[in-house]
Ligand binder design. Structure first.
Ligand code: HXC
Length: 260
């Protein structure tokens, strides 16, 4: 039965690289309570696992994620919506401390587009589609879309998407800066994996500091953000990986980063 089948699958994609696959294709991977909870559980576990350095997030079938589950929301009241406290779940993904690559295989609509925007890098298959169609069902983006989309693509592209609910293809998403790159459908996982493996070979503490400073700093006054960068930069000189990276360069050999 559907209740017994987990809708989020976590597997090893490569050494130090985990794959999180949203696996509810019969509902276009729409996020219901079970799927949201499973995603959160997966990210909490992978965030705490020292062996995992990079995560790739994708969906099964025609969709990455077709949004929040509309069946599940249709008859909700404001107190119901409040009681779900989904912002705490999104926070776990937003604050995931390791590089997160979204491999967008199909529809990334509404909460699905918002989920993709929680990633650090978005690789889109050519058949991927992006949009914030909430307006067409009488609501609005509710998982950070109004803020993350405008920061990603600027006011005038973001407003058109949100105010019309238009769905755009992968190439248009690339043009406006909503994705990192577009690849042929058949090469999506191969490309996401290659990029993940490349990043997994780099020093994890420095990766984590780049992510933290870039994302936290975005919402701070410039002077505070630059101070945060300066402190994080200085802190990295306490890591073995800094010694290893610079030592390897000077010795003309490949570095072997240990994550400490
Ligand atoms: C619940 C959904 C769903 C959704 C698809 N399904 N999207 N169920 N919630 N968001 C279900 C359909 O009801 C259908 O179930 C099955 O998946 C297949 O969908 P089809 O429409 O037949 O598939 P297709 O023709 O391939 O079209 C795919 C699609 C379309 C373009 C993605 O399904 C679609 O437009 N979905 C809704 C997209 C949307 O409005 N998203 C925003 C949601 S609001 P049955 O039982 O009939 O087979 C939102 C708010 C975010 O995300 C707030 C914070 C999270």
């Amino acid at each position: 039965t559907e209740a017994a089948k987990p809708s989020v699958i976590v597997e090893d994609l490569a050494p130090h690289v985990a794959l999180v696959r949203i696996d509810r294709p019969e509902a276009r991977n729409a996020l219901n309570a079970e799927t949201r909870a499973a995603l959160v559980e997966a990210f909490q576990r992978l965030g705490a696992d020292p062996d995992v350095r990079v995560v790739v997030l994708t969906g099964t079938g025609k969709a990455f994620v077709a949004g929040a589950d509309i069946k599940d929301m249709a008859s909700r009241t404001p107190p119901d919506m409040m009681a779900r406290r989904t912002h705490l779940q999104w926070q776990v993904i937003a604050q995931f401390p390791k590089p997160l690559i979204a491999a967008v295989n199909g529809f990334a609509l509404g909460g699905g587009c918002e989920l993709a925007m929680h990633a650090d890098i978005i690789i889109a298959a050519e058949s991927a589609r992006f949009g914030q169609p909430e307006i067409k069902i009488g609501i609005m983006p509710g998982a950070g879309g109004t803020q993350r989309l405008i920061r990603a693509v600027g006011k005038f592209k973001a407003m058109k998407l949100m105010l019309t609910g238009a769905v755009i293809d992968a190439h248009e998403a690339d043009r406006i800066g909503l994705v990192t790159e577009v690849v042929p459908d058949a090469e999506l996982m191969e490309r996401a994996k290659a990029l993940a493996v490349e990043i997994a070979g780099l020093p994890p503490v420095a990766l984590a500091e780049i992510k933290d400073v870039a994302l936290t700093g975005e919402d701070l006054p410039l002077a505070a953000a630059l101070a945060l960068e300066r402190k994080a930069f200085q802190l990295l000189f306490s890591t073995e990986d800094q010694k290893e990276g610079m030592g390897a360069f000077l010795d003309k050999r490949s570095p072997d980063f240990k994550g400490r």
